[in-house]
Design a protein. Sequence first.
Lengths: 239, 400
Amino acid sequence: MQTPTTLSRPLAQRVAGLHDPRAPSATATALPASVIDAACAALDRGETHYTDRPGIPEFRAWVADHLRERYKIKIDPAEVTITCGSTEARFVCLTLLAPPASAVLCPGDSSPIRGALHLVGAKIVDAIQDDISLLYISPDVYRETSTELLRRAEETDWWIIYDLSLAKTDPPFHPARNPKLASRVVTINSLSASMPGWRLGWMAGSEMALRLRAGKQAITICTTAVSQWAGLEWVRTQL
Amino acid sequence: MTVNANPNIPEEVRAVAADGTQLRYALMEMARDMDDVIALGRGDPDLDTPPHIVEAAKSAIRDGRVNPTPVKGMDELRKAIAERMRAVNGLPVAAENVMITTGGQEGLFLAIQALIDPGDEILVPDPRYSSYDDAIRRAGGTMVSVPTNREDSFNLEAEAVEAAITPASKALLIVTPSNPTAGIVTEDRLRAIADVCIRHNLIVIVDEIYGKIVFPPWRHFSIGSLPGMAERTITLDAFSKTYAMTGWRCGYAAAPVDVIEAMARVKQVTTGPVATVSQWAGLAAITGPQDCVADYLKIYTERRGALLDGLDRMGFAYGEPRGGLFVWADCSSTGIHATELSYLLLKEGRVLIFPGTAFGDAWREYLRITMLEPIETLKTAVARMLPVLERYRLPPPQND
Ligand SMILES: Cc1ncc(COP(=O)(O)O)c(C=O)c1O
């Protein structure tokens, strides 16, 4: 049997600049018994269907509560979408908020956003210039740097992604506390450190929240039901 | 009659009437705020994931076999799928030709990103599964419609495909059995379509997600099994519909190795690997007993009969539903625009059904009805619909 190796036509040009996937690195420590039980109980209840497109209401409510309690920002659960890991949240936000040929300002590690921005054809810069569409920051960026950039952002229409998912630090600071920025800030986070194989993350906030939700739906419809129920137990008991 | 002008329809429905996917979600949201609605809208099987599949997932969870897999998926699963596709579909594929995707939906997204450059045209039979529009649009692709019709039970004609080809054509998208029409593209037609694709060097992306839900004597056939097609076909499938596994988000794609490598590179930055627990469930589905597939088909066959009886009583016409989970019904005898009719059936009949316009602008005389409720519920739905139709049905136009 001759199995096919090469397509009869060239691939799309955009895939040329992408890197081959990494081998899986994360191996999680054992999950708490209550999380295992919650996952199995969800399956026993028949939670095997599509969930609400943006995610189960309980999880979205938890995310909104958590953002309010920890960072003192106001997010409606309707502005929260549960995603397949922070990867999907980043992909959706970057590809919908950064137009092709625009510049994304990234003062810290840009490796998490390179692939998605390559696919849309946006460029990454580390200093302010005219064509910036989006500022991507995490808590690990020096506070003086992010404070200065966020101050400059007040005079612009940049979107702001505040990505907590890969951060090594977690200060109570949050850019959406600034009312001049709040409607332009999307917060991203995930359970990838503790439950990496379950593919669970979220994106929350901004006036684009509903558009981002539709963007996620076009790619994966909703996030794995059992992962959402397991993750809900994890955040309720472990955070 | 234009939808926008109709004051019967509330603003939130009118506002999104032009976007098929958003229109469906607007109706679903309305239904959520109402009591006792029979939902014949979304294509989510009401049946449960078979117990042996759920048990396999639970064992994996309890044993801690939940760490992330490679982006292309677990090797065992890719191998099992390749074996199945060889044996059942006749596709010349090995594990390296297969990757696991986050449902069939992501398979299409990745394939489009890997294949379609801005300006490329992709031929799409009309009506279409409009949830794919966004993926095509985002890659800068242009959809070019290929007509199908009720008299032909929405089978696809090679001549119609060929007539739509231009120098910019890159790919043909086939969904067989079809959502929304329940038509299938028969083997004889696929052979003729394959000839056209080879002559014009077109790629075929074929979504076979309903391929195991086909009503005898009709048969599913995979175009990728034909000579000269393996190097130009991307076959998409998923566990979602066959095994009632929509919530697991587990599907797969088979294609030439370079396409799989490219799709995996895109997947790495789109969603990463599929949830490990869902892959174990998929492995149990594909390697375990297959009686559930036949059992489910029997259930759908009975429901289809009940639903078609009801449509006959309503005076609706339809192409023969040959596969999948829907009936695509012509409601022109009512004289009511499908968007308005959907709205009225929901508001006054408490039955959620999607209008044909959600699947292509021209289909304002069609409704897409799912068979995803028990037979008694389907009968109740018919009983609720009949008086609404009687109340609003317009007299046939006078020919004078
Ligand atoms: C034709 C077709 N393809 C793909 C999908 C998406 O399937 P999945 O849930 O596996 O992503 C659907 C769901 O309705 C469908 O009808």
